[in-house]
Design a protein around this ligand. Structure first.
Ligand code: SF4
Length: 185
C-alpha cells in the first residue's frame, strides 16, 4: 500500500471549517472503531486511561480555582460573543483534537453559537481535551483571579494533558501516513 503524502495528510488533518473537520474526524473515528482496525486503535488509545485521569485532574484544578465559573459567567454575558471563546477561536480545534475527543466518547458536534465558538456549550467548552491555545491562554480577569501558586498548579496540570495530546497527534499522523485507506471510505 502506498503511503499518504505530507500534503494530503496536512489537508486532511488541518484544513476546513469546523463542521468539515468534525465530519472528517467523525468518519475517521468510525473507521478506527471498525473490528478490522482493532489493533491500530489499541495502539492509538493505550494511554487513554492515563489521559482521562490527567483531564479529570485538570478539570478539578480549574474548578477548584474558580475558572469554570468565571469563564461561563463571562461567556454568557449578553453582547460578549462568548468572551475569550469567540467564533474565531474555533479554528484552534483541528482534526486530531476532534477525533481524540470523539474516541474518548465525547459528543462535540459544532453548533451555531453566532459570534461565540461553535464548541462552546451552556456549561463552557464541550471538549474534554481542549485546543493547545485555549489551554494556555489566561485573560486578564483570570490572571487577576489566580495566585502564583494557582497559576503554577494549572500550568503543571495543563502540561500533562498537552503531553498526551502531542503524543496522540504524533501516533495518529504516523498511522495515517502508513494507512492512507483510513483517510477515505
Ligand atoms: S474550543 Fe473550547 S475553550 Fe477553545 S474557544 Fe472553543 S469553547 Fe472556548
Amino acid at each position: 500500500m502506498n503511503s499518504a503524502s505530507p500534503e494530503v495528510l496536512f489537508a486532511f488533518l488541518y484544513t476546513g471549517a469546523a463542521t468539515v473537520l468534525h465530519e472528517r474526524a467523525f468518519q475517521l473515528a468510525a473507521r478506527l472503531q471498525a473490528p478490522e482496525n482493532a489493533v491500530p486503535l489499541m495502539s492509538l488509545s493505550a494511554d487513554f486511561p492515563a489521559l482521562r485521569q490527567a483531564v479529570q485532574h485538570l478539570d478539578e484544578c480549574m474548578a477548584g480555582l474558580g475558572l469554570g465559573t468565571a469563564c461561563v459567567a463571562c461567556a454568557s454575558r449578553p453582547g460578549k460573543a462568548g468572551g475569550c471563546c469567540s467564533a474565531y477561536m474555533a479554528a484552534n480545534a483541528d482534526l486530531p483534537l476532534i477525533a481524540l475527543n470523539l474516541l474518548l466518547g465525547l459528543s462535540c458536534r459544532p453548533q451555531d453559537n453566532g459570534e461565540a465558538c461553535c464548541f462552546l456549550g451552556e456549561r463552557g467548552c464541550r471538549f474534554a481535551v481542549k485546543p493547545l491555545f485555549c489551554l494556555n491562554y489566561y485573560c486578564q480577569t483570570l490572571q487577576d483571579l489566580l495566585s502564583p501558586t494557582g497559576q503554577n498548579q494549572l500550568q503543571v496540570a495543563s502540561a500533562r494533558v498537552l503531553g498526551f495530546q502531542s503524543a496522540w497527534e504524533d501516533r495518529l499522523i504516523a498511522l495515517l501516513h502508513k494507512r492512507p485507506d483510513l483517510l477515505h471510505e
